[in-house]
Design a protein around this ligand. Structure first.
Ligand code: IVH
Length: 699
């Protein structure tokens, strides 16, 4: 029956069309909801990659069913709105968005070049197109309006037509000039990205956690949250950075003929412009830029989510023009996301060197930030509660730079696009154990503290392992070849119980261990032997006394000169050491009061660990031109690592501190120097580069 068959077919296609229309409206609702969470509340609930997936799905459906396309679809609009309390700003020139290429392989670059050549109707043998290639900073777009060289207004992108006035917060960003070096044009609008460096972000969250406040999810959110705050006092304490990448409205100012020329000019005017930018020719060179930056991505001081290619010639840009939302002459070529969602299978407890119990998320393995992650930190019980995370939840995992992967929150399982129906009560399904999972000792929490600790001390195998690894560390006794696998074997096999046991290891006993070749056994024995000759400061640091980091160890060594007076020092005597306060003094005193710790020290010395006593006095014989001077290192120096620079400064009698204050004598700045450099400028502290530092050092 042909009629019947046709009818069935028609019904099926009607059903399919219904389902498609339903899905399209569902996607739109979800995208609108998540865009609100992202742009308006600065509190996204799903990773960007997940949002992109929904967006691409909607785009695909609309492309296949043009009849479903509506002008109010999220694919047709630049989303964003004005926060209540912030004044709105009509952009003189709309702030557009940019096409994104999510194919993270070289193909993405080649495709863009091909599209540009095609649109310019270039013959196959025509010379390559020149591009300006730069980083895609992960922050928020800001328009800076300069009138006659003076900063008059800063605004967010908003919906592209209307943004928010954020002059009060952006005005606190030290690296943004209030007055341009030369330009006195009636109007010069500079566009760029406000972002937060990773170290500034970690430090901010550290402070938030210490204060019992909610940690920010990622640097982008922290930056957006702070910029869009009504009260500028918070912005002042919180380190934001800025890079310029384009223009808005311009009146009476000659615009350079190329984008690269523009960036150079903006830099000359005193605006921060990133130095990773390059001018390249052709698609293959774009792909090479993408690959080169990918290799540096983890080491960058800030998050990027891709690179941006722009046709360099302004004349060609004008020829290429715009599609609805975006220019044809630019594309963002993405990298694998640094945030992904996955299932939280379990929570395990890890015991650290000082006995701190850290809840570690056991995850369904997920590819994030370029590697597969199956463990991520949850910091402590209180963080875990604040995030409302439960075993079995879908969570967002972040891995950026060399920072350990972290669970930043959960994806609302009951999210249906209408917003979260928050659980009425958060009932955690994980508890901190009362006994150490490794040694069974009681778990304690200091009054008011966030951390749970195992009270077992070196009785606890986990703490022993960590103590040995710390002792062997590069900046401690520097025992090369003593890594965590080997320490596991040594401790679990009962071969090493205490630090001095290390020096009893012989080639035979080591070679007997699984996976240990004769060669590596003899190398390790040689490394142990070599480590015996050390300095008092390194030795003190290697003992792993709580609150005694490298710099305190150095201060102690310099002040006392010998170990014995430190071992016997009463708290008052310790308090005389510069930078040692009551907590640290008490911790040192308590450590050496314990008979077993004294015993460990005695045995290490008996095993042959030595240093020239009067370390401090010995150092006095060397020229100490930097005595009394405090340095702060920031950014990447051209030839020295930070450690090397630090060693040189200290060898010459100087001190290296982590933060800039009025007491800082010099800031040594390299590439990518960030907020510390800004701070130095603000406080009028001398800023030098590596060459300047070399001049201060004795020959
Ligand atoms: S150019 C018309 N360059 O990425 C082109 N954008 O949609 C305007 N972004 O919201 C953008 N780094 O906030 C450009 N080097 C860069 C960028 C960049 C980050 C952001 C910008 C914009 C989004 C692209």
């Amino acid at each position: 029956m042909p009629d019947n068959a046709a009818m069935v077919a028609r019904t099926q296609s009607v059903n399919a069309a219904d389902r498609t229309a339903e899905r399209v409206s569902e996607l739109r609702e979800q995208l609108r909801y998540h865009a609100r969470r992202y742009y308006e509340d600065d509190a996204p609930e799903i990773p960007d990659a997940e949002y992109d997936k929904l967006f691409v799905e909607l785009q695909a459906l609309e492309a296949a069913h043009p009849e479903l396309l509506t002008p109010d679809s999220p694919t047709q609009q630049v989303i964003g709105a004005v926060r209540e309390g912030l004044a709105s700003v009509a952009h003189a020139v709309p702030m557009l968005s940019i096409q994104t290429e999510t194919d993270t392989s070289a193909g993405g670059a080649l495709k863009f070049d091909a599209a540009v050549r095609n649109a310019l109707k270039l013959a196959a043998d025509a010379p390559p197109v020149r591009y300006a290639a730069e980083l895609k900073f992960d922050g928020l777009a800001i328009n800076l309006r300069y009138e006659y060289g003076l900063l008059q207004q800063a605004a967010t992108r908003g919906d592209g037509e209307t943004g928010e006035d954020v002059t009060h917060t952006v005005g606190t960003i030290a690296s943004i000039p209030k007055r341009l070096a030369q330009a006195s044009a009636p109007v010069l609008e500079v566009r760029g990205e406000v972002f937060m460096r990773r170290d500034d972000f970690e430090a901010l969250n550290e402070r938030q956690r210490a204060a019992g406040a909610k940690a920010f999810v990622n640097p982008r959110n922290a930056a957006a949250g702070i910029v869009r705050q009504l009260d500028a006092s918070l912005a002042r304490q919180r380190p934001l950075s800025f890079y310029a990448y384009g223009l808005g409205d311009v009146q009476g100012w000659p615009i350079p003929a190329t984008h690269s020329g523009l960036l150079d000019t903006l830099q000359k005017l005193g605006l921060p412009v990133d130095d990773h930018r390059a001018v390249v020719e052709g698609g293959a060179a774009l792909a090479a830029f993408h690959a080169r930056i990918a290799a540096q991505r983890d080491a960058l001081p800030f998050d990027i989510d891709g690179v941006v290619y722009k046709v360099d010639e302004r004349a060609l840009q004008q020829q290429l023009g715009f599609k609805t939302r975006e220019p044809r002459w630019a594309v963002a070529h993405k990298y694998p996301a640094q945030e992904q969602q996955t299932r939280l299978n379990d929570i395990e407890i890890q015991v650290g060197r000082t006995g701190k119990l850290t809840p570690v998320a056991k995850l369904e393995p997920v590819f994030v930030g370029g590697t597969t992650v199956s463990n991520a930190t949850l910091h402590n019980l209180f963080e875990l509660r604040r995030k409302g995370v439960r075993i079995g939840d879908t969570v967002i995992v972040r891995r950026a730079g060399d920072v350990i992967p972290e669970v930043v929150g959960r994806v609302r399982p009951d999210d249906d696009g209408h917003g979260p129906r928050a659980r009425a009560v958060y009932v955690p399904n994980f508890r901190m154990p009362r006994q150490c999972p490794v040694c069974g000792s009681a778990v304690v929490r200091e009054k008011g503290g966030n951390d749970h600790r195992c009270s077992g001390g070196l009785f606890c195998a986990a703490q022993r392992k960590q103590a040995i690894l710390h002792f062997a560390g590069r900046r401690a006794m520097d025992i090369e070849g003593l890594g965590d696998k080997l320490v596991d074997q040594l401790v679990d096999g009962g071969v090493v119980r205490t630090l001095p046991d290390l020096y009893k290891l012989g080639i035979a006993s080591l070679a007997a261990l699984e996976r240990m070749a004769d060669k590596s056994a003899s190398n390790l024995v040689a490394a142990l032997e070599a480590s015996k000759r050390t300095t008092l400061a390194r030795f003190l640091y290697s003992l792993g006394i709580r609150h005694v980091g490298e710099s305190t160890a150095k201060d102690l060594a310099a002040h006392f000169g010998r170990l014995d007076p430190i071992i016997d020092a009463p708290v008052e005597a310790l308090l005389e050491v510069p930078d040692v306060g009551p907590v640290v003094a008490q911790s040192i005193h308590t450590f050496f009061q314990q008979a077993h710790n004294r015993e460990v020290v005695a045995q290490l010395r008996a095993a042959g660990v030595h240093w020239s006593e009067h370390d401090g006095a010995a150092a006095d014989r060397a020229p100490r031109p930097l005595a009394g001077k405090t340095f702060v290192l920031t950014g990447t120096l051209p030839t020295w690592s930070r450690d090397e620079a630090k060693e040189c400064i200290e060898a010459a009698g100087g001190k290296v501190s982590g933060s800039v204050s009025k007491k800082t004598d010099y800031v040594v700045a390299g590439d990518e120097a960030g907020s510390k450099l800004d701070k130095a400028r603000e406080l009028g502290v001398a800023v030098i580069d590596e060459a300047g530092l070399r001049m201060l050092l004795p020959p």
